[in-house]
Write a protein that binds this ligand. Structure first.
Ligand code: HEM
Length: 425
């Protein structure tokens, strides 16, 4: 069985058709060419240029990164959600926030994951076991809750019990704002300032503010990622980090961390449900490479960040003979890079053993690359491995006959429509 592929058009037709397809599902707007050629320019004036040449991708993300600014519209959307936190900041403001948060992802990663995820994963397994005898199970709600609880614990440690309603309010909000709103098109700064001021799900924002205040008053220990932010001094002012900036970061971490990890877990379960032999290898305690290979392959076939936010060239360049004028928009379509015919053998096949050797250089970027590479990559991989191994250890997974899963890129590459048959071992 071949894992589901998006429907790709034969060719680019017009900018209008492309934009309409992109609005429905961006990965269904890229024609076959993007999977076959290393540099592809859409054939209309100022159209996007898709880059799948590992050397050029490296140039854009690492060696010549200063020549590529994030696109203005993307920046506006991102700032209207994340304000000035790590996800959107640039230059020295970005470097300081990254340095502040990095220690929160260090140390023994299995211990860190185990601490916050053991109880939520046990809870999810118990509830899956209740649902499994009744018929196919829709795993998304329980996986969502387990991942949200784990990341909540990474952010707040023991100082704030997990609150699913608050965590979900963030998901609803991202689905609304991230879906693109008319306000994103308005460049006039007073409008954008107003949008930034009114950007938070209110109850969750209050919760972050109150936790921060209690930490700063010494009422609770400064633990978790919020504890690191609570103790950080802003190099511009010499004062403790502004409460708005802490809130921007906490909400950003909760959202970006949970959505990407939830979808990776669902895609890995989908792929395993098709391949009993890989379920056996995971359960077989003598094969300790199986689970990490499966998760790496799930991230290759269905990278949750299916393309990196588009970047604008500041100075002109030439890529593979194609001129890139100043102001051109370049897109790194990670989904296509991971399935590119010139870079991968049988690119659409689920074959975790391809990771017995390192992947082709620069062709595997589920966590991005360069200075802005994902801060949570080790944590996320370990969490997905833990959940998937626990589920496969408890149940034999299968796909019901009427399954129709579809990859849809919203804020992340969603595994829409997944249900599983789950038979206890
Ligand atoms: C499988 C799960 C995940 C995937 C596939 C993923 C992917 C990515 C990618 C591709 C980027 C780079 C975006 C760019 O270059 O513009 C990124 C950035 C980031 N990720 Fe992740 N991520 C995952 C999980 C997490 C988790 C669990 C956390 C934290 C709880 C996290 C925190 C971040 C942060 C803070 C950044 C911004 C780093 C910076 O700009 O310096 N991610 N992620």
């Amino acid at each position: 069985m071949t894992p589901i592929m998006p429907r790709a058009p034969e060719n680019f037709t017009s900018s209008v058709a492309y934009l309409a397809a992109r609005r429905r599902n961006p990965i269904e707007a890229w024609p076959h060419q993007v999977y076959e050629e290393l540099v592809v320019a859409a054939p209309w004036s100022r159209g996007p240029i898709f880059l799948c040449d590992p050397a050029i991708v490296r140039q854009v993300l690492v060696e010549d990164a200063a020549n590529y600014a994030r696109s203005r519209i993307h920046d506006r959307i991102a700032r209207s959600i994340w304000g000035e936190g790590l996800l959107t900041a640039e230059g020295a403001r970005w470097a300081w926030q990254r340095r502040t948060l990095a220690p929160g992802f260090g140390g023994d990663i299995d211990t860190l994951v185990g601490k916050g995820a053991t109880a939520p994963v046990d809870n999810a397994l118990r509830r899956l076991a209740e649902q499994a005898p009744v018929g196919p199970v829709i795993p998304e709600p329980l996986i969502r809750e387990a991942v949200q609880a784990a990341i909540w614990s990474l952010v707040f440690a023991d100082e704030s019990p997990f609150d699913p309603a608050l965590a979900n309010s963030l998901g609803t909000y991202i689905a609304y704002r991230g879906g693109g709103r008319i306000g994103d098109l308005i460049a006039w700064e007073p409008v954008q300032r107003w949008r930034r001021r009114h950007r938070y799900p209110a109850a969750l924002a209050r919760h972050v503010d109150e936790t921060l205040s209690r930490m700063r008053e010494g009422a609770v220990a400064p633990v978790g990622l919020i504890g690191l932010l609570s103790g950080a001094l802003d190099p511009d002012t010499g004062l403790p980090a502004d409460a708005t900036l802490v809130r921007d970061n906490v909400l950003g971490l909760l959202a970006v961390g949970a959505e990407t990890t939830i979808q990776t877990t669902l895609w890995a379960l989908y792929l395993l449900a098709m391949t009993p032999e890989w379920q056996r290898r995971i359960v077989d305690s003598t094969d300790d490479t199986a689970i990490s290979r499966v998760v790496m392959e799930a991230l290759r076939l269905y990278p949750p960040i299916a393309y990196l936010p588009s970047r604008r060239a500041i100075e002109p360049r030439t890529f593979g003979g194609i001129p890139v004028a100043a102001g051109s928009k370049v897109v790194i379509p990670i989904f296509a890079l991971h399935r590119h015919e010139r870079l991968w053998r049988e690119p659409n096949r689920f074959d975790p053993d391809r990771f017995a050797a390192p992947p082709p250089r620069g062709a595997y970027l589920p966590f991005g690359a360069g200075p802005r590479v994902c801060l949570g990559s080790r944590y996320a991989s370990a969490l997905v491995e833990m959940i998937v191994a626990a589920v496969a250890g408890r149940f034999r997974l299968g796909l019901p006959a009427e399954t129709s899963v579809r990859p849809v890129m919203r804020a992340t590459l969603a595994c829409q429509g997944l249900s599983l048959t789950m038979e206890p071992h």
